[in-house]
Design a protein around this ligand. Sequence first.
Ligand SMILES: Nc1ncnc2c1ncn2[C@@H]1O[C@H](COP(=O)(O)OP(=O)(O)OP(=O)(O)O)[C@@H](O)[C@H]1O
Length: 465
Amino acid sequence: MTNSPQHRILIADDEPLYLRTTGELLRKSGYDCVCVPNAQQALEALQTQPFDLILSDLNMPGNFKLELLRAGRSNWSHIPLIVVTGVPSIPSAIESIRLGITDYLLKPVKFEDLLSSVRRAISSTEKTPPPATTEDRGPLNLSDRYPEIIGNSAPVMELLEIIDRLAESDANVLITGESGTGKEVVARAIHQHSHRKKHNFQVIDCTAIPESLFESVLYGHVKGSFTGAVKDQAGLLSLCHQGTAFFDELGELPLTSQAKLLRAIQESKFTPVGKNSQIEVDTRFISATNRDLETEVKEGRFRQDLFYRLGVIHIELPPLRERGTDILQLAEHFLPELKPVKSPVNGFSAETLECFQQYRWPGNIRELRNVIERAATLSRTDCIELNDLPEQLRRQEINGEASSLDLQTASRNEAVETAEHSYLASLLEKYAGNISQAAQQAGLSRQGMHKLLKKHGLSANDYRN
Ligand SMILES: Nc1ncnc2c1ncn2[C@@H]1O[C@H](COP(=O)(O)OP(=O)(O)OP(=O)(O)O)[C@@H](O)[C@H]1O
């Protein structure tokens, strides 16, 4: 039995058991719930996310003078508020009703009573649409315009505003941030909202182009211009004429290739290998890297002039651990897309969500996506439990710190993954984050090494001196 899945309920209560079970039961009834333990976090959530209902305790930190009720009624008067209290008092009841709450329930409350109160409150507001103030129209419109960017934490709303302002311009953009934070997603969003959207968005992975073939891959070549050039080949840059060129992993580009790229950007033209005439291109450049390019410039590993050319506008993406309840929103977003067709899974246990919120997510959104895909495949019930999560998440839940894998209970996959993770970390340690040397010892290409590090949420930067 489900209600409209779009309805979001904010539950604020300092009793962990009540908070968890109420959240779980309402989710099973088809509501989207955000659970917080005090009034302050409830107000923060209200400032950053839309809700259809607030379920609030009275006696909880930050609400002893009914602060949540007062702020809720004055700033978000269109959101109905139900008080659920274990410590009823006549004055608080009178004051709550004066403030315009929708219902006043006493704990222990039967779930059926709570559910019917919730349904009544939500259906009454559907008949009266919320007032469209400028404050709530702005963020909602932005999120609606960028549906591919999930999340509405403060850093994400700020990011959407920046994207919205720069998308239409032709300024080159440099996007930095840890691995897996969504740099490519943001680059595509900028392209999609620019006047170039009908033309190509061409990804150019700087780790995938061998230094000796840089010009040929980027500018193209004519048949017979070098051994192996068996036919004319257009370069990647000409494929993004009037579109956007996205240079991924820009920080990995060797100095010689940087010089060649700078020339093409400065002149907006280039000469294919073996040709005499130049080709003109009209391209916007968006680049991404998880390296700190300013430091790379200072240390002579990245050209300052190229850095200024490509980084006219710089966007720094926040790591997932700093994005608050976006983690839960992303998890809910990924689940239906990633679960196997016949899987019964349709949600997460409260412990799993708590664990998601506490975890450090070194591999950011990519790691979250992988964790959900794996858990949705393993789960045999309708709910993803702690047991369905990989070792590294469960370990922090049990100990609050890392411990070694329990080989008595681990699956073969877990054992192999854990061993590979430690191996890669020790290689990075040994070579102080030098990818080429680490790749050489491992018998991998640089590109292969980059892929593996991404998969494990490891960043070479963390090992550089
Ligand atoms: N805001 C978002 N909403 C939904 N999915 C996202 C968002 N940001 C990233 N993702 C997903 O997370 C994964 C990683 O994103 P992306 O490849 O853009 O990260 P990245 O920062 O470019 O990573 P890297 O530095 O390792 O190349 C992708 O599967 C992407 O679809």
